[in-house]
Write a protein that binds this ligand. Structure first.
Ligand code: NAD
Length: 421
């Protein structure tokens, strides 16, 4: 079931195709390459029967989409969420292709997901569903083929089950088949906070260029999960005050800045930020339009759209989530001079450290957390510079510039390889 969003009537696939077409025009891409990039390379739909704890059988639907593998193996997260759909999975797989290209790591793009509500399932049910999904896709996944990672509703535990199921089928341990797995089986130090940390590096670079003094700047954050909570923790030492945070259950506000460490302890216990003692409650509908310097959507798609973009007051929007801004929302923010650091750049820290994890798994040689974080900083600041320079050179907004850099790199690989046969 897909939720129809009247503020995002187009949906995410139309949006990513529109961005592709626009960037193709700017760089003068030939029509053959554009046609290839408009279509996912391979799409898999699987039925996943699971014996539930009550003795009944539920048949879940799962997807895996590989958009492109011209620059390297397919790479992308697996999402467990009721709103997973084939269309969204295709859109998110394309974003992965651009994301890997914009930070210049040797991967193509993929995405997967299962339509389910993990909050309503037991650990036993989740494990069985994960193992059956992996088995159905056993010939699709592989360290040289397609490497899953966590996304919404999945984390290290699910990655551990995927790695184990794949390894049991092969007859030997294959740690390189997934990233974002637990440290004990080859996970990378620093992976769990990598997406949030990467966002902090791009916020730092964007603030420098846009003349925003971070010490004392205010931030509003939507989403306090893996990405949002790490980002909040790591931005506070730079002097930023996180004045409001929202999650699926509601939002909270404190004009003096929320105590992020205490909030993390609270939300880990309570399952939500709502009810945090040192805060006032806030309606989720009012969160994104609060007065602030930096707005960070770190939850779902389509959150900044034609219904609310005119009321957003931030100077800088940093897309920690995938596709949080609709094309119409994007147009309105651009017209109003609000700078947007796009998702394919802003949240690429996760896939970058996933790449580091994969390299370490293949070599069975592990880096310190300091090495991981330094290399992440290097990749993210270089990617930001590339995109910023492209934006200045061609007089583009940052989203279009990130797309022209990414599409240009993928197109070059396609040209160099040629079209098979
Ligand atoms: P998560 O499941 O850990 O957290 C999601 C957060 O969003 C939770 O706080 C949840 O309550 C909140 N949320 C869900 N629905 C909401 C709603 N309707 N309104 C307000 N808040 C809502 O997920 P995550 O891993 O932190 O991912 C967040 C976003 O970042 C997603 O768009 C994901 O695709 C993207 N992303 C994640 C990674 C990663 O490494 N985890 C990497 C790149 C991009």
């Amino acid at each position: 079931m897909d939720i129809v969003n009247s503020c995002d009537p187009q949906g995410p696939l139309a949006a990513v195709l529109e961005e592709l077409t626009q960037s193709a025009e700017i760089i003068g891409l030939d029509d053959r390459t554009l046609q290839k990039l408009r279509h996912p390379k391979r799409t898999f739909i699987v039925s996943i029967p699971v014996l539930m704890d009550d003795g009944g059988l539920n048949v879940f639907t799962g997807y895996r989409v590989q958009h492109n593998i011209d620059r390297g193996p397919a790479k992308g997260g697996i999402r467990y969420h009721p709103d997973v759909s084939l269309e969204k999975t295709v859109a998110l797989s394309m974003l992965m292709t651009w994301k890997c290209a914009v930070v210049d790591i040797p991967y193509g793009g993929a995405k997967g997901g299962i339509i389910c509500d993990p909050a309503d399932m037991s650990k036993n049910e989740l494990e069985h569903m994960t193992r059956r999904y992996t088995t159905e896709l056993i010939d699709v996944f592989g360290p040289e083929r397609d490497i899953p990672a966590p996304d919404m509703g999945t984390g290290p535990e699910v990655m551990g089950w995927i790695m184990d199921t794949y390894s049991m089928n092969k007859g030997y341990s294959v740690p390189g088949v997934v990233t974002g797995k637990p440290l004990s089986i080859g996970g990378a130090r620093g992976r769990s906070k990598a997406t949030g940390r990467g966002c902090v590096f791009v916020i730092r670079e964007a603030a420098k260029r846009e003349g925003i003094e971070l010490d004392g700047a205010t931030m509003v954050l939507q989403g306090f999960g893996n990405v949002g909570s790490a980002l909040a923790e790591l931005i506070v030492p730079l002097g930023v005050k996180v004045i409001a945070i929202g999650d699926v259950a509601g939002s909270i506000y404190n004009s003096g800045g929320l105590d992020i460490a205490a909030l993390k302890r609270f939300s880990d216990e309570a399952g939500s930020v709502v009810g945090f003692p040192e805060s006032e409650p806030l309606d989720n509908g009012d969160l994104l339009t609060l007065d602030c310097d930096i707005l960070v959507p770190a939850a779902l798609e389509g959150q900044i759209n034609d219904c609310n973009a005119a009321d957003i007051s931030a100077r800088l929007v940093v897309e920690a989530a995938n596709a949080p801004t609709t094309p119409e929302g994007d147009r309105i923010l651009n017209e109003r001079g609000i700078v947007i650091v796009p998702d394919i750049l802003a949240n690429a820290g996760g896939v970058t450290v996933s790449y580091f994890e994969w390299v370490q798994s293949l070599q069975a040689y592990f880096w310190t957390e300091e090495q991981v974080n330094l290399r992440l900083e290097d990749v993210m600041t270089r990617a930001f510079e590339n995109v910023y320079d492209e934006a200045k050179k061609r007089d583009l907004d940052m989203r279009t510039a990130a797309m022209t850099v990414a599409v240009g790199r993928v197109a070059e690989a396609i040209t160099d390889r040629g079209i098979f046969p």
